[in-house]
Design a protein around this ligand. Structure first.
Ligand SMILES: C[S@@+](CC[C@H](N)C(=O)[O-])C[C@H]1O[C@@H](n2cnc3c(N)ncnc32)[C@H](O)[C@@H]1O
Length: 294
């Protein structure tokens, strides 16, 4: 990455704004909703072995909307349970939003929230130092593994926390998405920093297969309308471009030649489809549901 370019994740505020805009412009929210309400319920039904209290953990939970959506399905499958929910999230701003959401939602008394303002790696270190032996029934990492230094080692540690019938849910972009192709081309020039990596479910599957770990996988087709990125000076387009490249103020800090090539690839048929004058970037997500260590 050029010295003038900084990673978007270094600016909590702009990251949050660009992530919210990305969610607004993409069908990701809808495809996650479909997954949570159609496929996830059976997965949730299989956890817990009839226990009265379930241990759940969200790693990189953000503002908690997706977590609470999943809890609504968990509750339907385990009517009388109580839940201990560990939230692992390094952003104070996101944690505050999550706490506000919890305070506004009725009927969450069955969940005890423990807030851990930490990265996944800090939490792992803390857990190891304290020699905790508690086992988890359900752990989820949704759109988070991009931000850890060693995604496979992180998967391996959190899998080791699963109870016998537990599940580790991972959602990332699929290697079939435009992201996979974009990253392959610009891996060294753009978002490959200490705190941000180009990992897809394809990479995690390769790792799991090499360790003969058992898992189920699903693909969730989704798109992002990136049309505004191609209008010079368009503020929303520039904010979205930051999210797509993971570079802070990409439009003003990227060398002209790199910017031109990145924009060209973003609208290339390998990454996007043009439909009725709109450019729709392939944002297909991959879901992995990992079983405990045998
Ligand atoms: C793309 S957001 C996804 C949020 C949420 N899971 C969702 O799907 O709505 C990524 C989240 O991971 C968090 N994050 C960033 N680095 C992290 C790390 N090293 N460990 C854990 N979470 C991290 C960010 O603060 C952010 O809330």
């Amino acid at each position: 990455m050029s010295y003038a370019m900084r990673s978007l994740v270094e600016d909590d505020n702009r990251y949050l704004k660009s992530f919210q805009l990305f969610r607004e412009c993409s069908s990701e929210h809808q495809c996650m909703q479909d997954f949570i309400h159609v496929i996830l319920p059976d997965i949730l039904a299989s956890i817990g072995e009839g226990k009265a209290n379930l241990n759940v953990m969200g790693v990189g939970s953000g503002a908690g909307e997706v977590d609470l959506e999943m809890f609504s399905e968990l509750r339907l499958k385990h009517l009388a349970v109580t839940v201990d929910n560990q939230v692992v999230e390094p952003s104070a701003q996101q944690l505050d939003l999550y706490k506000v959401l919890v305070s506004q939602k009725p009927n969450l008394d069955y969940i005890k929230f423990t807030w851990n303002k930490m990265t996944a790696t800090e939490f792992e270190k803390d857990w190891r130092e304290k020699n905790y032996t508690k086992k988890m029934d359900f752990i989820h990492m949704i759109q988070m593994l991009y931000y850890v230094k060693d995604p496979c080692a992180t998967v391996s540690f959190y899998q080791s926390l699963l109870d016998k019938k537990g599940k580790l849910l991972i959602i990332l972009v699929s290697s079939e998405s435009g992201w996979g192709k974009h990253w392959k081309t610009f891996k060294t020039q753009l978002c490959n920093t200490e705190s941000s990596h180009t990992v897809t479910t394809g990479d995690i599957k390769t790792y799991l297969d090499s360790k003969t770990v058992s898992y189920q996988s699903y693909e969730l087709p989704s798109q992002i309308d990136i049309t505004e990125c191609f209008t010079d000076g368009d503020q929303r387009g520039e904010l979205l471009l930051d999210f797509l490249t993971e570079v802070l103020n990409f439009s003003s800090t990227a060398p002209a030649e790199l910017k031109a090539r990145a924009l060209e690839l973003l609208r290339h048929p390998d990454c996007s489809k043009e439909v009725e004058g709109r450019v729709r970037f392939n944002n297909t997500l991959g879901v992995l549901v990992i079983d405990p260590l045998q």
